[in-house]
Design a protein around this ligand. Structure first.
Ligand SMILES: O=P(O)(O)OC[C@H]1O[C@H](OP(=O)(O)OP(=O)(O)O)[C@H](O)[C@@H]1O
Ligand SMILES: Nc1ncnc2[nH]cnc12
Length: 186
């Protein structure tokens, strides 16, 4: 498999060049990072999912968790490429079975996410995948949910980290020794 973007400037530039800045979305003062141009480019999308799948192998994940909604777009193909099962963490009220829930703050609001209580086997090593790490609220809540569901954190991998919001700092305690990999940091 290919090396990840942090180690290959060409891949980083390819990915970053296909993420569009949209000012004042979804509310004034937010610079929204739109990944839809990247997703529409077959070569870039494949390179992205390949790099994330390599991280799943490197950190010996048993399962891939994707965070609704944009995280699903990345995590599902990554799980297939890595030969792993996919587990959704959904916005509250969507999963049909018994769930565990966690509320959290994000850059432009508050939300609650859920996981099926029986989605993980005890000790499953989970790679959590999302598109953007901003304040870290979503990721922090997902790590808490995964542990409450009996999983271990193999790592957290995102396409894009908004470094100025210091989600990494917020996550430090919850990550414990697990790695946080961002293919791009701005
Ligand atoms: O680090 P944070 O401040 O928590 O922000 C990051 C989260 O925000 C976005 O999701 P959003 O809740 O907008 O939902 P979407 O994927 O459904 O668009 C993004 O996909 C991350 O999940
Ligand atoms: N600025 C931003 N752009 C895209 N997704 C986000 N999620 C949280 N903040 C975001």
């Amino acid at each position: 498999m290919s090396t990840v973007a942090g180690e290959t400037p060409d891949l980083r530039e390819m990915l970053l060049g296909r993420i569009k800045d949209v000012p004042d979305h979804p509310k004034p003062g937010v610079m929204f990072k739109d990944i839809t141009p990247l997703l529409a480019d077959a070569e870039a999308f494949s390179a992205l999912t390949g790099a994330l799948a390599e991280l799943c192998v490197r950190y010996r994940a048993d399962k891939v968790v994707g965070l609704e909604a944009r995280g699903f777009i990345l995590a599902a193909p990554v799980a297939v490429r890595a030969g792993l099962g996919f587990v959704p963490v959904r916005k509250a009220g969507k999963l049909p079975g018994a769930t565990l829930g966690q509320s959290y703050d994000l850059e432009y609001g508050t939300a609650e996410i859920e996981i099926h209580a029986d989605a993980l086997a005890p000790g499953d090593r989970v790679m959590v995948i999302d598109d953007v790490l901003a304040t870290g609220g979503t990721a922090e809540a997902s790590l808490q949910l995964i542990r409450r569901a009996g999983g271990e954190i193999a790592g957290l991998a995102v396409l894009l980290e908004l470094g100025f919001l210091d989600g990494r700092g917020k996550l430090a305690a919850e990550l414990r020794d697990a790695p946080l990999e961002a293919l791009i940091t701005v």
